[in-house]
Design a protein around this ligand. Structure first.
Ligand code: MLT
Length: 393
């Protein structure tokens, strides 16, 4: 992965074709939390994500923050710190969520507003403390968004200190017993898979760009969530389940007809392709493996599994498609659906919740760069076009 270079070696040659290309592939910085190998997918601090996916979520957050897995004692301390920081959420600030109309807007808008509201109440200006406070608050913020936006405030349970992040969300949502355990399993898996994805994905990049001007963690993460809310980025998991529902069959021939018609109409095929990956996203494979275990007969999961087989050969016929393989969004929605999250518009909030940890860790690394002076404020260059010099006569 790493190669020896001197400061003068060219990393990349910029030509005209790199302009207006979304900075695709253009190196702009370094990342210590994760990298995405085009064939092997995401690795967190060197570990392929499949090695981490069955761990406690707090231990993986520790890894992103400290670049190594915790000892047992450190793990306990870290969890205890999060428990402590999660106490007494500033409900005054969050009343802003209660003033929003249930069902209005998108849950990602609620998430972004909620994060900003927390910032107004408890920002300290200490990057690590703010990041840890926000991570600790996220389960309760998420549960409030679900229940307040759903007009079911009465179902919201009080946070129970001592529970893990995912466990607490499930508890506050009011789920119990075996059902709660199933949800926890899927959510923890989903949570770890989505925590980080290199430095250049849009939400992480946006969050770091905002943070580079020394905006607070809350402003930076809220901006990142707004970036994530786009259907070409995080909201693709919602779009993907809606796509699966529209297809409505796991019959291979019918799927093939459907997909060919969509392509002929120049419509997007959700759940396939990626800006960096050139093989099936290992996160997709891991989700399929979990689905095979927990919900093999679930209608939408069966459709997603059929899409995984039918679509890549069809997309491979199109020369300009460099990655015809499934990405992480292909199966995540059907798994969330299988454990009872029936409203796809909420799926991106789970993605966002997970990403808070990775983006915060990356912001911390950038703040610590250059002996604590931090990465300079982002200021890429744009080349002026269609602007001949002129004057008002
Ligand atoms: C992600 O996890 O952020 C997505 O796969 C998008 C990306 O990496 O660019």
């Amino acid at each position: 992965m790493w190669c020896e270079m001197t400061d003068e070696d060219a990393l990349f040659t910029i030509t005209d074709k790199n302009l207006d290309s979304g900075l695709r592939g253009v190196p702009v910085g370094t990342c210590q939390t994760s990298f995405v190998d085009p064939y092997e997918g995401v690795h967190y601090v060197g570990y392929p994500v499949e090695d981490l996916v069955n761990m406690e979520e707090e231990d993986v957050i520790f890894l992103l923050f400290y670049k190594r897995l915790p000892t047992e004692e450190e793990s306990e301390e870290f969890r205890a710190e999060l428990t402590q920081r999660g106490k007494n959420i500033p409900t005054g600030a969050l009343r802003i969520l209660e003033s929003l109309t249930p069902g209005s807007g998108h849950p990602m808008e609620w998430l972004s507003i909620g994060i900003m509201a927390l910032g107004t109440a408890e920002k300290t200006g200490d990057t690590r403390a703010d990041a840890m406070n926000l991570i600790a608050r996220m389960p309760e913020l998420m549960a409030r968004i679900f229940r307040l936006r759903g007009g079911e405030k009465e179902k919201l349970k009080a946070r129970r200190p001592g529970l893990g992040l995912v466990e607490n969300f499930v508890h506050m949502m009011g789920f119990e017993g075996d059902h709660a355990r199933d949800i926890e399993r899927v959510l923890r898996f989903f949570f770890i898979l989505h925590m980080d994805h290199g430095g250049g994905n849009l939400s992480t990049f946006s969050g770091k760009a905002v943070a580079s001007g020394w905006a607070s963690i809350y402003s930076s993460i809220s901006s990142a969530m707004n970036a994530l809310s786009g259907p070409l980025h995080g909201q693709a998991n919602q779009a993907c389940l809606e796509f699966v529902k529209r297809i409505g069959t796991s019959d291979h021939n019918e799927i093939e007809d459907f997909v060919r018609t969509e392509l002929a109409q120049r419509r997007k095929i959700y759940g396939f392709g990626h800006g960096v990956l050139r093989a099936e996203d290992p996160r997709a494979r891991l989700l399929f493996e979990l689905g095979d275990e927990i919900c093999p007969e679930h209608e939408y999961f069966k459709i997603a599994r059929a899409l995984r087989e039918v679509i890549p050969p069809i997309l491979s016929e199109i020369p300009k498609i460099s990655n015809p393989y499934p990405n992480v969004d292909i199966a995540s929605g059907s798994l969330l659906h299988s454990v009872g999250f029936r409203k796809p518009e909420y799926y991106t909030t789970f993605f966002g919740w997970a990403r808070v940890a990775g983006i915060s860790a990356q912001i911390l690394d950038e703040r610590n760069a250059r002996d604590g002076r931090g990465t300079p404020i982002y200021r890429p260059k744009y080349i002026p076009v269609n602007q001949p010099l002129r004057r008002i006569e």
